[in-house]
Design a protein around this ligand. Sequence first.
Ligand SMILES: NC(=O)C1=CN([C@@H]2O[C@H](COP(=O)(O)OP(=O)(O)OC[C@H]3O[C@@H](n4cnc5c(N)ncnc54)[C@H](OP(=O)(O)O)[C@@H]3O)[C@@H](O)[C@H]2O)C=CC1
Ligand SMILES: Nc1nc(=O)c2c([nH]1)NC[C@@H]1CN(c3ccc(C(=O)N[C@@H](CCC(=O)O)C(=O)O)cc3)C=[N+]21
Length: 297
Amino acid sequence: MTATIIDGKAFAGRIRAQVAQHVARIKSDHGVTPGLAVVLVGEDPASQVYVRSKGKQTGEAGMASFEHRLDAGTAQEDLLALVAQLNADPAVHGILVQLPLPDHIETDAVLAAIDPAKDVDGFHVSNVGLLATGQKAMVPCTPLGCLMMLRDHLGDLSGREAVVIGRSNIVGKPMAQLLLGDSCTVTVAHSRTRDLPEVVRRAEIVVAAVGRPEMVKGDWIAPGATVIDVGINRVAGEGDKTRLVGDVEFTAAAQVAGAITPVPGGVGPMTIACLLANTVTACCRIHGLPEPEGLTA
Ligand SMILES: NC(=O)C1=CN([C@@H]2O[C@H](COP(=O)(O)OP(=O)(O)OC[C@H]3O[C@@H](n4cnc5c(N)ncnc54)[C@H](OP(=O)(O)O)[C@@H]3O)[C@@H](O)[C@H]2O)C=CC1
Ligand SMILES: Nc1nc(=O)c2c([nH]1)NC[C@@H]1CN(c3ccc(C(=O)N[C@@H](CCC(=O)O)C(=O)O)cc3)C=[N+]21
């Protein structure tokens, strides 16, 4: 069998077009322009790439983009003061503080300071709790993008055996919550899981969010399974070049899977598209306007 390649890049393009349409409508009908503020502390090269890409796509969707670049030595209180300023700014509907933060800053304290209504990453404990209890929440972008691709490819997910590899707060746990919300039978695997290959073999849906290049082997995948590869790992390529690979051994997995997302061009572009979607959703909720359809969980 040769898997269908799920084209996250194309899907993300369609989501951005829907976002742009909704933005145009709320601008003309209500005079409101959704705005996204992105805060980057330090000079991590990968983070700089994402932040640039977010800023560009935010502008292309007709939204306002505010970028705050702070140096790596910024004191926690100064970052908290910036968050307070963004919370109070009526032009800002979404706030994203790029992670990871430098070691001297307490991530939980910063996330807790973000107004949950503007928390487009969905990392604030209020949103985590709302999602876990099945209430209307801001949903983390990466898992939301994965869910959209799964629904698009498989239709109804209810009753399906899903294995999420990874239990981080930003990907694995919210992914598991979303799959449970769609009535999958969910297993969350992690570094202490015994016999991971056997656990993965029973999955109809595999979401790999480990951060280890090509760790999930092709012969772990059940024939016909749908594989979502969240991993973004930069490895040595030809000569002195580098290339991106996922957490799944793509070529081997594509021989057995029913469908698989590529890296790059899979989950990554969907994450940014969902960030834009979440910003419009946040803006609509803040202003009591009708929310875009199909862009939330
Ligand atoms: N495409 C996108 O938009 C995004 C991609 N990413 C990428 O996704 C990957 C995961 O990110 P993130 O969740 O933040 O990573 P974390 O490092 O926070 O979490 C990794 C998880 O993988 C588990 N793990 C590590 N080693 C093993 C192993 N040998 N077997 C089973 N499980 C293991 C860890 O288990 P334990 O808890 O026991 O330590 C942990 O739960 C990274 O490659 C990251 O770059 C992340 C965010 C967005
Ligand atoms: N507060 C916060 N929220 C995040 O959502 C967040 C974060 N911090 N820190 C880092 C991770 C990682 N992340 C990615 C976003 C887009 C791509 C992406 O677009 N990837 C392209 C390739 C980009 C490239 O070439 O490097 C692709 O997969 O096709 C990847 C990874 C968001 N994250």
